[in-house]
Design a protein around this ligand. Structure first.
Ligand code: SAH
Length: 410
C-alpha cells in the first residue's frame, strides 16, 4: 500500500484511534484525529496511524525512521464528532464504484435473509458498510435518509438513486430529513420530499399483517422494521388478553390479535394511535387503543388488580448516553415490575430495549430483579435482537442495539 499513488487527503489518527479500527470498528472520533490538514467536508481520505515514536538516533543511518502505517480508506466529516468512518482496509480509488457494488450486495443480502414481508431495511449504514446511508423499503416506496457529508454529495446521491432504481424499481423514492441531524453535520437545510415519483403513500405487509404507510404529509409514518421478526416470535407464544404498551402504530398488538382474545394498545401519541386504528381496520381487527402515559397507566392498572396473559413493553430509548444508564435501568425496572404483577400464571412478557447503552446483560439483570421483587418465577423463552435486515456487525457494537426478551411467568 503506498501513500503517494492517489492524491487523496490524509488523516492521521492516534494509536487509540488506530486500535479501534484494528478491532473491527469503523469510527474514529475527532479526539483521536491527530492531523487532518485541509481535508474538505465529506472527502474520501487515506487514514494512517501516527508514528509511535521517533528514534532518538535519527541521524544514525543504521536506524530507519518509522513509517506511518496506512489503515485504509475512510469518509471524512468536518463537523461530526465521528470524524472518520472507515469504508475499506484497502485504498479506494473509485468511490462511486464502491458504493454501487455495496448497494448491490446489500440488496442481494436482503434476498437471502428477509422473509414474509415487502417492508424491510435495504441499507443500514455501517451495517452494510455504507456509513451515513439508510434506506427502507415499504412495498413500492423507498424512504432514504442521508446523514453524512460524504453521502450527501451530488455524485453519491446520483449513484444511490440510480442503483436503487435499477435494483428495486420503486414507484417513488422519498427523502426523509431530520433537520437536527443535517445541522449537526453542517449540511444545507433541506425539507423532506420526493426524490422522484408522485406516490407518497402505500400499503405494506409483514408476516401477513397489513399496514398503511404515508411517507409525507401530516401523519408521517414509518414502522419499526427491526421488530418484524420479534412480532412473529411473540405471536408464537401469546394467547388470551394482551396489553401492548408503547404500541405506536400497533406492531405487536396487530400481530398478536390473531391468536389472542382481546388486545389493548397504549401509547402517549395520538397520531400514532390514529394510524394504529387505521391498521386495525385494514386487518379487520377490533383493538382497544388508549392514549396515556404508560408509567401512569401501568401503575393504575396494577394497583387496580388488572390481569393479562401477555404484556409487551417496547419503550423508546431511555438511555441516550452512558451517563443516563442508571436512571434508564430504574425506568425499565419499574415498567417490568408492574407488567409482571399483572401477568397471570403462564403469562408471557415481551420486553424490549432499543437503547444501545443498555446491554443484554443489563436488561436480563433488570428483568430478573423485577421477577424477584414481584415474587414471580421467570423462564426465558427467547433472547432476541433486531431483524436480520438490520445487520449486526461484530466489532461495531453500535449495530447491536435492540434487545427483545420473551419470558414465561409462573
Ligand atoms: N412497539 C412499537 C414501537 C414503540 S416506539 C412498534 O413495534 O411499532 C416507542 C413508542 O413509545 C412511541 O410510539 C412513543 O409515542 C411512545 N411513548 C413514549 N413515551 C411514552 C410514555 N411515557 N407513555 C406512553 N407512550 C410513550
Amino acid at each position: 500500500m503506498s501513500l503517494g499513488t492517489n492524491k487523496q487527503p490524509i488523516v492521521t489518527v492516534s494509536r487509540r484511534g488506530a486500535d479501534r479500527i484494528r478491532t473491527g470498528h469503523a469510527w474514529v472520533y475527532r479526539s483521536d484525529v491527530v492531523e487532518a490538514k485541509d481535508v474538505p467536508p465529506g472527502a474520501l481520505v487515506t487514514v494512517q496511524e501516527e508514528a509511535a515514536f521517533r528514534p532518538k538516533q535519527l541521524s544514525d543511518k543504521s536506524v530507519r525512521p518509522m513509517r506511518a502505517r496506512v489503515l485504509g480508506s475512510a469518509l471524512y466529516s468536518t463537523a461530526s464528532e465521528i470524524a472518520v468512518r472507515m469504508i475499506s482496509p484497502r485504498p479506494v480509488s473509485d468511490l462511486e464504484q464502491l458504493v454501487r457494488e455495496r448497494i448491490r450486495v446489500a440488496v442481494a443480502y436482503r434476498e437471502r435473509v428477509v422473509e414474509n414481508t415487502n417492508a424491510y431495511r435495504v441499507i443500514f449504514s455501517e451495517g452494510d458498510f455504507l456509513p451515513g446511508l439508510i434506506v427502507d423499503r415499504y412495498n413500492d416506496l423507498l424512504s432514504v435518509q442521508i446523514v453524512t457529508q460524504a453521502m450527501d454529495s451530488e455524485t453519491l446521491r446520483a449513484v444511490i438513486v440510480s442503483e436503487l432504481r435499477e435494483a428495486l424499481n420503486p414507484a417513488a423514492m422519498i427523502e426523509r430529513v431530520d433537520p437536527r441531524v443535517r445541522k449537526l453535520e453542517q449540511l444545507a437545510e433541506k425539507e423532506s420530499g420526493a426524490i422522484f415519483g408522485e406516490k407518497a403513500s402505500t400499503e405494506f405487509q409483514m408476516n401477513g399483517v397489513r399496514f398503511v404507510y404515508e411517507a409525507l404529509g401530516g401523519q408521517k409514518t414509518g414502522a419499526f422494521l427491526d421488530q418484524r421478526e420479534n412480532y412473529a416470535a411473540a405471536a408464537q407464544y401469546a394467547r388470551g388478553e394482551v396489553l401492548d404498551v408503547f404500541c405506536y402504530q400497533g406492531g405487536f398488538g396487530l400481530h398478536l390479535a390473531e391468536k389472542c382474545s382481546k388486545v389493548t394498545g397504549v401509547d402517549s401519541s395520538r397520531p400514532a394511535l390514529e394510524l394504529a386504528e387505521r391498521n386495525a381496520v385494514l386487518n379487520s381487527r377490533e383493538i382497544e387503543w388508549i392514549e396515556a402515559n404508560a408509567f401512569d397507566l401501568l401503575r393504575d392498572y396494577a394497583d387496580a388488580g388488572r390481569q393479562y396473559d401477555c404484556v409487551a413493553l417496547d419503550p423508546p430509548a431511555f438511555a441516550k448516553s452512558r451517563a443516563a444508564l442508571p436512571k434508564a435501568l430504574r425506568g425499565y425496572k419499574e415498567l417490568n415490575l408492574r407488567a409482571l404483577k399483572m401477568l397471570r400464571p403462564g403469562g408471557i412478557l415481551v420486553t424490549c430495549s432499543c437503547s444501545y447503552h443498555v446491554s443484554v446483560a443489563d436488561l436480563l439483570g433488570t428483568v430478573t430483579a423485577a421477577g424477584v421483587d414481584s415474587h414471580r418465577n421467570l423462564r426465558l423463552l427467547e433472547n432476541r435482537g433486531a431483524a436480520n435486515d438490520h445487520p449486526n456487525v461484530l466489532g461495531i457494537q453500535e449495530t447491536s442495539y435492540l434487545k427483545c426478551l420473551i419470558v414465561i411467568v409462573s
